[in-house]
Write a protein that binds this ligand. Structure first.
Ligand SMILES: [Zn+2]
Length: 345
């Protein structure tokens, strides 16, 4: 019975709520707005109009002046607390969202946006932003402004610029982190099922101390453990991964077999004594051939191009020799690279 009554009551409540809201909307359409709650800095007048509240409007002006003077939100809030100005809800410390709302609400430049929020649950009076589900009415010059409209616009520009600068800094930080993590992406396989291990980032709220970033890794199939071929492996933290990676590097470094293998690879790469002699010989021949080619070209020019075969043959020899020398020098560079990598490790 209680359940039935409850649902009837809710139905009733929605109907009542809707008809009240409809009444308000049709009034708004005709330009007569009966404001229910006045924003900070205003009171409801006799004819349901917004009237400036002197003391509170001074605080609003102060906040707008502060932001234009280059203060950030924290500095604005600290100043208000220091001067013992209570928040709109009578609290000692102002909330960040309250300051932001005051700085961005069109009500302070004298305009009014009706139906900014809709009531989604009439019984509990929950409100949600109206994102076009119900008609909105924007009325310019609805009431006396606390902030001059031009000044209000200037402040919006300031807020916009600061938020863009913040995003930029955030983005740079994010990219740096990505580089840090990219060393591991696409390289880890799950020990349980063998599928790839992916990276995920989340943020933990820590009250006034802001947020803490959490970096974790998880098997791609672990998310779907309920599926037929799901994996039961657990998430692990970035710190855990880094620590184990460092341990692995240490183990490799101290592993004698690994050291010997590296040494042997380097030994095979570096030029042998015989090859070094060949290289010197090749360099000498190269100088010779270049000289010959120079002379051949010079002669050919004087003989009207009758000896071009000699030039071609010389060029071919030079190209071959050049390739041989390049191979030698590449191997030298590679051996040097291996040595440096090993040293770094
Ligand atoms: Zn797995």
């Amino acid at each position: 019975m209680i359940t039935i009554f409850g649902s009837i009551a809710q139905e009733e409540s929605i109907n009542i709520g809707n008809s009240i809201a409809w009444g308000k909307r049709s009034q708004a359409k005709r330009g007569i707005i009966k404001v229910g709650n006045a924003n900070y800095g205003y009171r409801i007048g006799e004819n349901y109009e917004l009237v400036i509240e002197e003391e509170e409007s001074k605080v609003v002006r102060r906040i707008y002046a502060d932001i234009q003077a280059g203060k950030n939100y924290t500095q604005i809030i600290t100043g208000l607390t220091r001067d013992r100005i209570p928040s709109p809800k009578g609290k000692e410390v102002w909330g960040l969202s309250t300051v932001k709302q005051i700085l961005q609400n069109v009500v302070y430049k004298g305009d009014y946006l009706y139906q900014k929020y809709i009531t989604v649950d009439t019984l509990e009076e929950k409100t949600a932003p109206n994102e076009g589900e119900l008609p909105q009415y924007y009325i310019e010059g609805h009431h006396e402004p606390i902030i001059d409209p031009d000044e209000w616009e200037k402040v919006q520009t300031i807020i916009q610029q600061r938020s863009e600068a913040f995003e930029q800094r955030n983005h740079e930080k994010y990219s740096k982190d990505q580089r840090k993590n990219s060393s591991f992406t696409e390289r880890l396989l799950c020990g349980e099922c063998g599928s790839g291990v992916g990276y995920e980032r989340s943020f933990e709220r820590r009250g006034s101390r802001g947020t803490r970033e959490i970096n974790r890794w998880v098997c791609r199939l672990a998310e779907k453990y309920y599926a037929v071929n799901g994996c039961s492996s657990q998430r692990f933290h970035q710190d855990y991964l880094e620590q184990h990676f460092i341990n692995l590097l240490k183990e490799i470094e101290q592993d004698e077999a690994f050291q010997q293998e590296v040494e042997s690879v380097i030994a095979q790469t570096v030029l042998s004594a015989q090859e070094l002699m060949q290289e010197e010989e090749a360099q000498r021949r190269m100088e010779h051939l270049n000289q010959e080619l120079y002379e051949a070209v010079d002669e050919e020019l004087h003989k009207d191009g009758q000896d071009h075969q000699r030039v071609d043959a010389l060029s071919e020899k030079i190209v071959k020799l050049h390739q041989q020398l390049k191979d030698f020098s590449d191997r030298k560079k590679l051996a040097e690279h291996y040595r440096n990598e090993f040293k770094e490790l």
